[in-house]
Structure formats: C-alpha cells, structure tokens
Design a protein around this ligand. Structure first.
Ligand SMILES: [Zn+2]
Length: 184
C-alpha cells in the first residue's frame, strides 16, 4: 500500500482548524483526550523500553472512552509530544485500528526501520504528527519573524517554541527548503 501523505496532511490541518489552534505549541494530549483517547505515562517492560516510545491500545476502557495512548515515561518531553501526535495519527487516519485487536507501536530508534522500508502507515502517522505540531504556515511565520527582529531563525530556536526536538525541526526546515547556518 502506498502511503497517502496528502490525507495525513489534510487531517492534521482539519484538527488545527477544528480546535481553533493558531500558534505553537500544540498539545496533542489535550486533542487526544477531546477525541476520547486517554494518554497514560508508564514504565514499559524491560525488553521494549529502549525500543518503544509509545503505543496505542485500542481495547483499553477509560473514564473518557475506549482506547488509550501509552507513552514511555523515560523519553524526553519533545519525544513524548511527537509520540502522542504520531499515535493520534494512527487513531484518526487508520480507523480500522480502533476496532481491531491490534497494537501499533512507535519504534524509539528510527534505525529500527531500514530506510525506505518503513511501513506506509508509520510514514503517514509521522507526516500527520509533523503537520499537526509544525504546520507549514506557522513555521514560515516564525521563521520570518526571527529574521525581522535580526535573529537567525535556527531549528534550535523554533524547536523550543514548537515543543519539538531539534532533530524534528531540522527535518521540517529541510522539507520546507528553509535555510539556516549550522555554524554561527
Ligand atoms: Zn506508529
């Protein structure tokens, strides 16, 4: 199955609009809970805690509905936010996972997937998370704003504003062809 990135981007944009969001940072936990999906932070079992940053449990009954996102308590705040957004992407894009007895997991180490070999649904969830947390319009706005006040718009600076990792923001800059100096 080919990955449908346009659908992932459109649904992220729809969520931004539906919740009336207009500036970073986006709180994906709040959105998940509004969608009836509870977020839990837990110590994962030893054999997976170094590999998995979180997963969606479609069968978990909670006080707000059915389905829960379980986040590895030992990962960085930025990684937690991205993982919640990624799992929310599965919930919103891959409707069948809510009804199936299947648990999807995020791989903590990206090198667990061979380059180009990452399953389509994982790529789609990543694109959803990227566009939910870092909408192009907002990135452009803050990029230009930094320049206007005479600052270098670096991924480091924007990553703090957006609550994402510097690495995620670097990818975002690259995909949007935004330039920045590595040495300054
Ligand atoms: Zn996933």
């Amino acid at each position: 199955m080919a990955a449908d990135f346009e659908k992932a981007k459109n649904i992220a944009a729809r969520i931004i609009k539906r919740y009336g969001l207009n500036r970073p940072p986006v709180d994906p936990e709040k959105i998940a809970e509004n969608e009836g999906i509870k977020v839990y932070y837990a110590k994962l079992s030893e054999e997976i805690e170094d590999k998995v940053s979180g997963y969606f449990d479609p069968l978990r009954e909670t006080n707000i509905g059915k389905g829960a996102i379980i986040i590895n308590v030992n990962i960085s705040p930025a990684r937690k936010i991205f993982t919640i957004a990624h799992e929310l992407g599965h919930v919103l894009l891959h409707h069948d996972i809510r009804n199936e007895n299947r648990i999807t997991s995020v791989q903590y180490r990206t090198d667990n997937w061979d380059r180009g070999n990452k399953p389509a649904i994982e790529q789609e969830a990543d694109v959803f998370a990227t566009h939910l947390l870092m909408p192009s319009k907002w990135i452009k706005k803050y990029y230009e704003m930094s320049k206007d006040v005479g600052e270098k718009p670096t991924p480091e600076k924007l990553s703090q504003l957006f609550g994402v990792s510097t690495e995620s923001m670097r990818y975002r800059f690259k995909s949007m062809n935004l330039k920045y100096n590595l040495i300054y």
